[in-house]
Design a protein around this ligand. Structure first.
Ligand SMILES: *Cc1c(COP(=O)(O)O)cnc(C)c1O
Length: 434
């Protein structure tokens, strides 16, 4: 399979090149030149299949021509070695719990897949692969966990000063070894800009090999289709009559959303895809006009959604042959306030005895305010509520348990490097380190 750049100014490349470079040379994002369709007979038969079986089948249609099947089998089975259960909340509303991986965040799926794929694609090449990535909270832990101690890969995680909770920070600041956390004296947007500047700096990329581990990288994005198919399989096992399902997704950089769109294009019976965004996101402006302005995102109890200019926005129109009308037929969006997220957390806890994390709660709000009673809807529950323990305990007046994965040893040393939000400082650091 070949991958083309959304900017259409760079040649099509192989899977290996797309994964190793992250961005295309024209700074566009890669998209598969054709999305293979999963046969409907297979989809009808998924009800009794396991997460690994379904994931492997989907992976095989996407990557089968490029990765030997026994390697792909290993990658898939060691990536999704935790469950992704579908919880019934009430009526026809379900939550797909994507937070049972090591960092308790949905990004574990894409990150673990990409780390393993990268090791395979690197082969016997001795040059270090440097991953430079920005996090507003959610991805840092998943990335550090996924790449920790992976031979030949060094990770630089940029994060904004004073924006993340200590628990979230410690997931990637206390590891050391090949994980270098860099605290930027600026916002998450500044961190993203620094990363984009590094990728566009040919005097840097000619000296060191860099790639991205966030959802701009197709190796992070495409494996997220696995769980959409598995969600449908679990639904079919419970409700024989189900035809189409709607998904509501808490959005930041739109990686999870684009994976839902790709799943639909690969044949998953999907009715609506509902994007719940934070208050300052440019998505609704983009859907109505095809253009967007860059805002400065505020700071909310949904830190992973405090993204003003989502990284994956440039993928949306090309996936619909640049038809804004077709894009709008597939997607709707609703911007959700912090107060609406809090309202959903309270309602779902008091009425259905289930605790949503603040991100997943925005999807619940958007879903229940936009589907009809007879429609079936699934929210993607993207993080374990204990990752926002202080917020949840405050809202619900509870003392929820902290899973072992989130308890960290206070005596462990932090390895943080502090930098101003000025590119030359980052560049110097990378070049000295390399
Ligand atoms: C990253 C993240 C999101 C947003 O996902 P995108 O793919 O960036 O849109 C939502 N919720 C949580 C908990 C996250 O960590």
């Amino acid at each position: 399979m070949k991958y083309y750049s959304t900017n259409n100014l760079a040649p099509k490349v192989s899977l290996k090149e797309a994964v190793l470079s992250g961005y295309a040379p024209d700074m566009g994002l890669y998209i598969p030149e054709r999305l293979p369709v999963i046969p409907s007979a297979f989809i009808r038969n998924m009800a009794g299949m396991s997460l690994q079986e379904i994931s492997y089948a989907v992976a095989n249609t996407l990557f089968g021509a490029d990765i030997p099947s026994e390697v792909l089998h290993d990658i898939v089975y060691s990536t999704v070695n935790f469950d992704i259960p579908l919880q019934h909340l009430h009526d026809n509303v379900f939550a797909l719990e994507l937070f049972h991986g090591p960092s308790l965040n949905f990004k574990d799926v894409g990150t673990r897949f990409m780390a393993r794929l990268l090791s395979h694609l690197r082969g016997s090449d001795n040059r270090t692969i440097n991953i430079i990535t920005a996090t507003s909270g959610g991805s840092g832990g998943a990335i550090a966990n996924g790449y920790y101690d992976v031979p030949g890969v060094h990770v630089y995680v940029l994060f904004p000063h004073n924006k993340l909770s200590k628990t979230l920070e410690s997931q990637f600041t206390t590891l050391g070894k090949n994980i270098t956390p860099i605290e930027i004296n600026g916002s998450y947007n500044d961190c993203q800009d620094l990363v984009r500047t590094a990728f566009a700096d040919s005097s840097l990329t000619s000296k060191m090999r860099i790639t991205s581990a966030n959802s701009i990288n197709i190796a992070r994005l495409l494996p997220q289709t696995f769980y959409y198919f598995y969600a449908y399989a679990q639904l079919s096992a419970r409700m024989q009559s189900v035809q189409e399902v709607s998904f509501a997704i808490p959005c930041g950089n739109l990686g999870n959303l684009v994976s839902a769109v790709i799943s639909k294009k690969m044949g998953l019976p999907t009715k609506k895809i509902i994007a719940a965004t934070g208050p300052n996101c440019s998505l609704s402006q983009f859907l109505s006009s095809g253009f967007f302005n860059s805002f400065e995102a505020g700071r909310s109890i949904m830190p992973a959604m405090d993204v003003a200019t989502p990284n994956n926005l440039p993928r949306l129109l090309p996936l619909f042959n640049n038809s804004l009308a077709d894009l709008n037929n597939c997607l709707s969006t609703q911007s959700i306030t912090e107060a609406q997220s809090v309202e959903s957390i309270r309602k779902v806890y008091h009425e259905y005895n289930y605790i949503l994390d603040p991100h997943s709660a925005t999807a619940y709000y958007a879903l229940t305010s936009s589907i009809y009673k007879d429609e079936v809807g699934i929210i993607t529950a993207t993080a374990h509520p204990a990752k926002s323990k202080r917020v949840i305990d405050h809202i619900l007046n509870t003392d929820i348990d902290t899973p072992a994965a989130l308890t960290f040893d206070n005596t462990r040393k932090c390895h943080v490097i502090k930098l101003p939000a000025i590119y030359s400082h980052l560049r110097n650091l990378l070049l000295t380190d390399a």
